[in-house]
Design a binder for this molecule. Structure first.
Ligand code: ASP
Length: 449
């Protein structure tokens, strides 16, 4: 039993949908199809979800919505016209879009959610209808009927565990079920969406609910690259990766897959495969709980910018009970989230996302640390990039740290911070942002080819 999810670019035009139909029809185990809203056809194009945001903005200021609804409708119409017998579903789509004009705005925290969800909802109806017309019996199912119950957090819903038992009851459905991604229903019956890109999350929830053997996530790349293709020329795609490795890579800037989508399938121990709609024969990247191939110590190298680091040292710090706690309490008082906190016997570095700081807040924060902690040295560094070398295989091999630091030293890159947790899944380096690309390249060519 397979759950299969198609992203917006795979559903952007009838040419793409022809490939989707082929993929669904080529394997009888592909019984649950989760769809995004139509995405971009070209780089300049707009996603239907972004058009719906424009519609929302027009509705807020009471501007006419005629043109924008027409534009959205035409996206579905253009696709539908390539297939026979789509008039009924097109009529329904136009009705669904027009009804958005009558949604209640006042005291409705889910107003935007209801508008956004329409992109996926209409697309699921259309894909089910097209599949049926192509001789593959398929049925649209609403997430409420399927059983996706979520928390009441507009545009940031989380699935509620009880959903899984309800979804399981659909396991033996005769027809293929086409499910709109991106939203569920609160216990009170309101539409509530996941965060942007959240159709991945729906796919993972359905896979966990029906206890699928695999969750296939179809996108427009061959899989997850071992390094950013903007930094490294034609990087390798990763063939197999563990959930823990994937989490580390996703944290440090890899965004092929929605971060939260890993959770339901991870908890249910369901493997996920990322595949390419435009190249379905490529095996893609398999995300598993346990890797079978330990040949490569490192699976990927990622990086992210926009960090600042507060450094403080105090002689005999290690003897002071509650030292770190006091520092963390100050951060909490300023409502600051920290990302990492590597420490030595007498010093501590706190790495945080720079976007949380303003010059005034930074000054006040440092003043408070200086006053309450009385460190011997206190300073803050900005423009930091974090570069992460990821691979559970490093546990089984001596020298990965030495090779990594040597790769950076060869390029004369200064290391402002090194952090390796005892789990040995990753090694993290803090470097100046201007050296990030060079660092990635040097590390990539050390561990790959
Ligand atoms: N259509 C939504 C978005 O653009 C969700 C998704 O595509 O996964 O964010």
């Amino acid at each position: 039993m397979k759950v299969i999810k198609f992203g917006g670019s795979s559903l952007a035009s009838s040419t793409q949908i022809d490939k989707v139909i082929q993929i669904v029809q080529s394997d009888a185990n592909r019984k649950f199809v989760v769809v995004s809203a139509p995405g971009k056809r070209t780089a300049e194009d707009k996603k239907v979800t972004d058009l719906l945001i424009e519609l929302y903005q027009a509705l807020l200021v009471d501007r006419s919505t005629k043109e924008i609804i027409k534009k959205i409708y035409q996206r579905y119409e253009e696709i539908a016209q390539a297939y026979p017998n789509q008039d009924t579903v097109l009529h329904e789509i136009l009705q669904d879009l027009t009804k958005l004009n009558d949604l209640k705005i006042e005291d409705n925290p889910y107003y935007l959610d209801a508008i956004l969800a329409t992109g996926e909802n209409c697309n699921a109806k259309l894909i089910a209808s097209i599949l049926s017309a192509q001789g593959t019996p398929a049925k649209y199912i609403n997430p409420k009927d399927l059983g996706i119950v979520v928390t009441s957090e507009p545009q940031n819903a989380q699935v509620i565990r009880q959903s899984y038992n309800k979804i399981y009851q659909w396991r033996d459905s005769e027809e293929i079920l086409v499910i709109p991604g991106f939203f569920g229903y609160t216990a009170e019956g309101d539409i509530c969406t996941f965060s942007r890109g959240g159709s991945d999350v729906t796919g993972a929830i359905v896979a966990a609910g029906i206890k699928a053997d695999i969750y296939e996530n179809f996108t427009d790349v061959n899989g997850i690259y071992a390094a950013h293709p903007g930094f490294v020329h034609q990087p390798e795609t990763i063939d197999e990766i563990t959930y823990r490795e994937m989490r580390e890579l996703a944290y440090a800037g890899f965004s092929v897959f929605h971060e939260e989508a890993l959770m339901p399938s991870f908890q249910a121990k369901i493997p996920v495969v990322i595949k390419n709609t435009n190249n379905p024969d490529h095996p893609g990247t398999l995300i598993t709980t346990k890797r079978t191939n330990w040949e490569k110590p490192v699976v990927g190298i990622a990086s992210d910018q926009g960090f600042s680091m507060i450094y403080l040292s105090k002689y005999l710090m290690n003897r002071e009970v509650g030292f770190t706690l006091r520092v963390l309490e100050i951060l909490r008082d300023f409502n600051l989230n920290y990302e990492h906190m590597p420490s030595g016997i007498d010093d501590l570095s706190i790495i945080l996302r720079a976007r949380q700081l303003t010059p005034e807040l930074e000054e006040e924060l440092l003043r408070k640390i200086a006053y309450e902690i009385d460190p011997d040295e206190l300073r803050i560094t900005h423009d930091l990039s974090l570069v992460v070398v990821v691979g559970e295989g490093m546990k089984h091999r001596v020298g990965s740290m030495a090779e990594s630091t040597a790769a950076l030293a060869r390029k004369n890159i200064n290391l402002e911070m090194i952090n390796q947790g005892s789990s040995e899944v990753s090694i993290m380096f803090g470097i100046h942002k201007d050296r990030e690309q060079e660092a990635i390249r040097s590390l990539y060519y050390t561990f790959f080819d």
